[in-house]
Design a protein around this ligand. Structure first.
Ligand code: HSE
Length: 422
């Protein structure tokens, strides 16, 4: 790429800081200006992120009207004022990247209309499920499918609370308070607990899936504040986990989009997604079901989605070969030789049932510095016995030396199986 693409940042909190770190490694992008609310905050961030104070401004127009900036990245939140600022950025010919789900769910119509009017693009991967690339998956990878349904854990705070209630047997109010003390849940947790945050995300996803405007106020919504320990215990006893799910069914005349707690069977992949993680099952008419699991919030995961949107915009604007599409790479990747790779191993052997066999085995493993995690001797009959064990990670070449040693031992008949352990 010949010249650097300049971007302007509106807001530089948790996600903005993550983005600055990621873009430090992407030399084709330059953060030309950062808008923050005042000089004091600018000085603090400049110091924390080792940035030049000169790129900061507390006058938002400096970013919105700077003709050298081609992409405005909105990470400051807010709805009405923010909408006005972003429309001004579009008017000034800038593409937008935003993580603002409230804004998109409540005022998306006006924003997208303005983007169409000014022939600009709004990207918003980070607005739904943080670091999970669900928007790109729906809009690009699954573009040829009719999406039949989507079910997801779209709010990390409530998933964390339900998981801790289950694991520690504590009531909702107590877990919520602990989560707030840990700085995990917001001081005013209503947005998460009552399902508003998940409903915004469902409205955005339902719009993409249906290709129609979805009014977030018409998305049915129940939160988790009424879920008790007894509900969780009953669910467990019957083979379920209780999860707050966002759900979209798109196989009848009317779209069915809602957020509420659900008994999820244990064999459903969503059941095993614990703590603050997010997960989404999406079923296309051709692709069938795809599962995405990952971080729904956090500095670097969310910034990863923002940075991905920036890369996509850059590749679209670039007159040079699209870096996202190039597959005839000229530089050869250096692959690690398997001898150098480290793995943990499961090993099963057959041996003679006689005194000292296990001592011989232990000594052989000791000679190779192989630490045994567990060992089991079983199926002893006649003069034959079997044993299996798992060893801590060692280099593959060391493993081969162990196998050779074991096979050479009189007391061992054969090494019957060697399987790598994750
Ligand atoms: N508060 C949200 C959550 C993250 O707990 O998942 C931002 O949407």
């Amino acid at each position: 790429m010949s010249s650097k693409i300049k971007i302007g940042l509106l807001g530089c909190g948790t996600v903005g800081s993550g983005l600055v770190k990621i873009l430090n490694n992407h030399k084709q992008v330059e953060i030309a200006k950062i808008f923050v609310r005042n000089e004091k905050r600018a000085k603090q961030i400049a110091k924390d992120l080792a940035l030049d104070l000169a790129i900061f401004t507390w006058n938002i127009d400096d970013v919105l009207t700077d003709s050298s900036i081609s992409i405005v990245v909105e990470l400051m939140g807010g709805v009405d004022q923010t909408k006005k600022h972003l429309i001004k950025a579009l008017e000034n010919g800038k593409d937008i990247v935003t993580a603002n789900k409230d804004l998109l769910a409540l005022e998306g119509d006006d924003l997208f209309a303005a983007a169409e009017k000014y022939k600009r693009t709004i990207m918003y991967e980070a607005a739904v499920a943080g670091g999970i690339p669900i928007i790109t998956t729906l809009k690009q990878s699954l573009a040829a499918n009719k999406i039949i349904c989507l079910q997801g854990i779209l709010n990390g705070t409530t998933n964390y609370i339900l998981d801790v209630m289950k694991k520690e047997g504590k009531p909702f109010a107590e877990v919520l308070m602990a989560a707030q003390e840990l700085g995990f849940a917001e001081a005013d947790p209503t947005n998460d607990i009552d399902g508003h945050d998940a409903a915004y995300k469902v409205a955005i996803l339902a719009s993409i899936i249906s290709g129609k405007r979805v009014d977030v106020n018409k998305v049915y919504r129940e939160g988790i504040s009424k879920i008790t320990k007894m509900d969780i215990n009953s669910a467990q006893k019957r083979g379920y986990e209780i999860k707050l799910l966002g759900m979209i069914f798109n196989n009848e005349d009317k779209l069915d989009a809602r957020v509420h707690p659900v008994f999820v069977p244990l064999d459903n992949p969503l059941a095993s997604v614990g703590m603050e993680n997010n997960a989404i099952l999406v079923k296309g008419d051709a692709s069938d079901t795809i599962t995405l699991i990952g971080k729904g919030a956090g500095s670097l995961p969310t910034a990863s989605s923002v940075a991905g949107d920036i890369m996509i915009l850059i590749s679209k604007e670039s007159s040079e070969p699209n870096p996202l599409q190039i597959s005839n790479f000229t530089e050869a990747a250096e692959l690690k030789n398997i001898d150098e790779v480290e793995n943990s191993f499961y090993i099963r052997i057959s041996m003679h049932d006689k005194l000292g066999v296990l001592r011989d085995l232990g000594e052989a493993l000791f000679r190779h510095n192989a630490n045994v995690k567990f060992i089991d001797q079983y199926d002893v009959h006649g003069s034959e016995a079997h044993a299996d064990f798992i060893i801590d990670p060692i280099q593959e070449k060391e493993l081969r030396a162990i196998v050779k040693d074991l096979e050479a031992m009189d007391s061992i008949k054969a090494v019957e199986s060697v399987i790598r352990v994750l």
